[in-house]
Each structure stands twice: as structure tokens, then as C-alpha cells.
Design a protein. Structure first.
Length: 298
């Protein structure tokens, strides 16, 4: 029987340079879509998928992220006194069980693969684990990682979330070379990180959700530098392709926002704003005004 996936690694040690100067003092993962930080979306998705232990790979300057998960008794008491029950419930969503959360440092930003490797001692060597990149935010009826866990329980191996991207964007991603296409998922015969334009094996790009065999961690032990001189998670997963476990790309249902980029972050802000009943009408009215100004100007 396959082992259950109960641990997730959240690599959050990157420098977040695309959001400078904000990220000089605010971790990217604390930036908010409407009123919830990116990290809260990631945690909620992990919980829905049955994750019980949350491992954050952090770096210098990420203190606000650690504080975010602390209990806040004074604030809670104040809200209780004022009868603000809805806010109290919202606040409770941020509380984590004692011992459920661990922080480990990546001392140098040597790449995503290196960040994941930093968590190796917190995992059981026989256990599959999830990796979630909080700057990929996915709006879906059934949370993306939950869809993947269900598929993983049938298929096994190592699984990456995958989506088709346009030709002019594909060289910014890890890309799958497809062996067999089963529709909802594909098996891979290759995987390449940031292929040079024109050399992409397909348009099926890997995005920030993974369920990985413990062997991927062993592959990371080799510390091979890949694209951009960084230790790439893609390469360690690709090393699994030849094993009998295999590597699969899972075409999730849902809308993915690249909140690591400014345009993606702004799009997500609008989409999540519109999805809130209390904000929808006012925001839609404003967007209509903008588009009528633009039409008048043309
Ligand atoms: P990105 O490529 O988005 O890099 O990393 P970044 O540093 O966060 O942002 P920019 O490009 O400078 O704006 C993808 C994910 O991998 C993590 C990041 O925190 C992010 O979640 N990461 C990347 C690490 O944890 N360590 C690394 O060495 C590199």
C-alpha cells in the first residue's frame, strides 16, 4: 500500500527580487491577496489535502512569516470582548497545532532543489512528501494538491502539477517531455528546466505543486548544478524517470496565478476580490468604469 502524504515542504527562502523594494523588509509570502497572505492560501490547500506537518525553508529576513503563525491571545481576547466572532474565526484559521510546523534555514539561495534538500532530516526516508510554492496560487473547486493526492494514490511515482502554456512563455518553466498522454495526466520521458526557446519538448509546463518519491531527496544529495547554475528540483525529479516508479504530470483543474510576478499578482488580486460577495459589485463597477474610459479614448 502507498504511504500517505502527510508532510509538505514550503520553500520560501528566495530573495523575491521582482517585488523589490517591498521585499526588502516584507517576505513575498506575506503579501496579501485581498486580506490573506499568499502563505495562508498555501496552508489551506495543504490542510485540505490531508497534510499534517508543515516544513518551511526560510532565510534571513523571513521573521514576519514565522510570527504570522503564532497564536495572538491579546488580539483574540479583544475580538471576543467586542463580539467580533467572524473575525475571531478568521484569525483562528492562522493558528497551527503545536509541533505541526517546523522552520529550517537555507543559508544561501542556491536554488529550489537546494531549498528542498535543506528539509531532508525532517522527512522519513521512506515517505513521499509534497512541495508547495506559495507564489503559485490556484483557485479551484477542489484544491489542487487534494486533486493530486487522489491521483497519486492511484498512480504513485512522482507527480508534478502541469499546465499548457503559450509558446512565448514556455521557456520560463520546467517542461515535460511526454511519453504517454492519458488526458488527466501524462507520463514523462524527460523533463527540462527553462529550455532554450525553440528546444522545448512540449508546452506542458510544471508549476509549483509536487508529490515526490523519497528517492528525489536522494537524487538531490548529488547537488548537481543545473539551469542558471542553481540546484534545480526539476533535475532531481527527472532522475526518477528511468526508475520503475516513473514521473507523471497532472493536469489539474483550476486557475493558476503566478503571484511571483507583478502582473500575475495583480490579476489574482482582481480575481479573488471579485470572488468575495462583499466586494464583488463595487469592484466590478470600477472595472466597468475603467473599460468604458478606455473605449471612449480609442
Ligand atoms: P523564484 O524563482 O520565484 O525566486 O523561486 P524568488 O527569489 O522567490 O523570486 P525572484 O525571482 O527573485 O523575484 C521559486 C520558489 O522557490 C523558492 C522561492 O522562495 C519561491 O517559493 N526558492 C528559490 C528558495 O526557497 N530557495 C532558492 O534558493 C530559490
Amino acid at each position: 500500500m502507498k504511504r500517505k502524504v502527510t508532510k509538505a515542504i514550503f520553500p520560501v527562502a528566495g530573495l523575491g527580487t521582482r517585488f523589490l523594494p517591498a521585499t526588502k523588509s516584507i517576505p513575498k509570502e506575506i503579501m496579501t491577496l485581498v486580506d490573506r497572505p499568499l502563505i495562508q492560501y498555501a496552508i489551506d490547500e495543504a490542510r485540505a489535502a490531508g497534510i499534517k506537518e508543515f516544513i518551511f525553508v526560510t532565510s534571513r529576513g523571513k521573521g514576519a512569516l514565522e510570527d504570522y503563525f503564532d497564536h495572538s491571545p491579546v488580539l483574540e481576547q479583544e475580538l471576543r470582548k467586542k463580539g467580533k466572532d467572524a473575525l475571531l474565526e478568521t484569525l483562528k484559521m492562522t493558528n497551527m497545532d503545536s509541533g505541526a510546523i517546523a522552520y529550517i534555514r537555507q543559508h544561501k539561495a542556491l536554488g529550489l532543489g537546494h531549498a528542498v534538500w535543506c528539509a531532508r532530516r525532517l522527512l522519513d526516508p521512506k515517505e513521499p512528501f509534497a512541495v508547495i510554492l506559495p507564489d503559485d496560487v490556484i483557485a479551484a473547486d477542489k484544491p489542487c494538491l487534494q486533486q493530486m493526492v487522489e491521483a497519486y494514490e492511484e498512480i504513485g511515482g512522482s507527480m508534478v502539477a502541469a499546465m499548457e502554456v503559450p509558446d512565448d512563455k514556455v521557456s520560463s518553466y520546467g517542461v515535460l517531455d511526454i511519453k504517454e498522454d492519458m488526458g488527466a495526466y501524462v507520463s514523462a520521458k524527460g523533463m527540462v528546466e527553462k529550455p532554450a526557446p525553440g528546444t522545448e519538448p512540449s508546452n506542458l509546463a510544471v508549476i509549483g505543486r509536487y508529490i515526490l518519491s523519497p528517492n528525489v531527496m536522494k537524487n538531490l544529495n548529488q547537488m548537481k548544478a543545473g539551469a542558471g547554475g542553481e540546484i534545480q528540483l526539476t533535475d532531481a525529479i527527472a532522475d526518477e524517470i528511468e526508475s520503475d516508479r516513473g514521473v507523471y504530470g497532472y493536469r489539474f483543474s483550476g486557475q493558476r496565478f503566478d503571484c511571483g510576478s507583478k502582473a500575475g499578482f495583480l490579476q489574482a488580486t482582481i480575481a479573488f476580490g471579485l470572488s468575495r460577495p462583499e466586494l464583488h459589485d463595487e469592484l466590478q463597477e470600477y472595472l466597468d468604469t475603467l473599460s468604458s474610459i478606455r473605449t471612449a479614448a480609442q
